[in-house]
Design a protein around this ligand. Structure first.
Ligand code: DX5
Ligand code: ZN
Length: 222
């Protein structure tokens, strides 16, 4: 049965000099969530933005702010991102020794809690925290940069995670190398929320690019 797939454009590929306008444009052009990639130059080899930037763009849209934290340590920053306007906060399973605690803190802050797993991390990393999750993010590239190639080996992993989430109200998200062709295959494997940076910002018609991803994924979603 085909299901609706959500599209979460990553502002990592936006024009940072006009970030507020870019977020407004994504809103008007049909983005479901706004995906915000936070990198610390330590957990991943790139540096992006912190809570003040999230706060600055919060007034530009009412859409869900889906904040992907690629930082360690993560716990000391959770409150600041929640206060800045994050609706959902995703932390990496690899980023700290106390994943269960981090997820509890996110929910205690009134936000939806997610966990991301890198390509080399097995699905078993989330097995004992399922009760604390609203979302699982299966990374389909090694985090750090936009524009990388989709890691094909992640397709069976997406299916496996989908099986683990059966019967639970937990969204399955993929991030990295998503364009219309990979979007279809990721959706077929069980992904329900697609993050896309370069595919959305590739041309000025973001609406068309978002629609192409949605069409490709929805027809094949399971
Ligand atoms: C990668 C980020 C992604 C990235 C995706 O570390 O988490 O969200 O922006 O970019 P594309 O879609 O260009 O692979
Ligand atoms: Zn991301």
């Amino acid at each position: 049965m085909a299901r609706d797939v959500l599209i979460a454009p990553s502002i990592l590929s936006a024009d940072f000099a006009r970030l507020g306008e870019e977020v407004q444009k994504l809103d008007q052009d049909g983005a479901d969530w706004i995906h915000i990639d936070v990198m610390d130059g330590h957990f991943v080899p790139n540096l992006t933005f912190g809570p003040p930037v999230v706060k600055a763009i919060r007034g530009m849209t009412k859409k869900i702010f889906d904040v992907h934290l690629m930082i360690t340590p993560v716990d000391p920053m959770l409150e600041a991102f929640a206060a800045a306007g994050a609706d959902r906060i995703t932390v990496h399973a690899e980023a700290g020794p106390h994943l269960d605690r981090s997820l509890q803190v996110i929910r205690a802050l009134g936000k939806k809690a997610g966990v991301a797993i890198n390509p080399a991390t097995p699905p078993s990393a989330i097995e004992w925290v399922l009760d604390r999750l609203d979302l699982v993010l299966v990374m389909t590239v090694n985090p750090g940069f936009g524009g990388q190639a989709f890691v094909e080996a992640m397709l069976p992993k997406i299916s496996q995670v989908r099986g683990m989430l059966q019967g639970r109200d937990i969204a399955l998200q993929v991030d990295g190398g998503i364009h219309p062709e990979t979007a279809g295959r990721a959706a077929q494997a069980g992904a329900q929320v697609l993050v896309a940076g370069s595919a959305v910002f590739a041309t000025p018609d973001y609406g068309r690019n978002i629609k192409a991803l949605r069409t490709a994924a929805t027809s094949l979603s399971v």
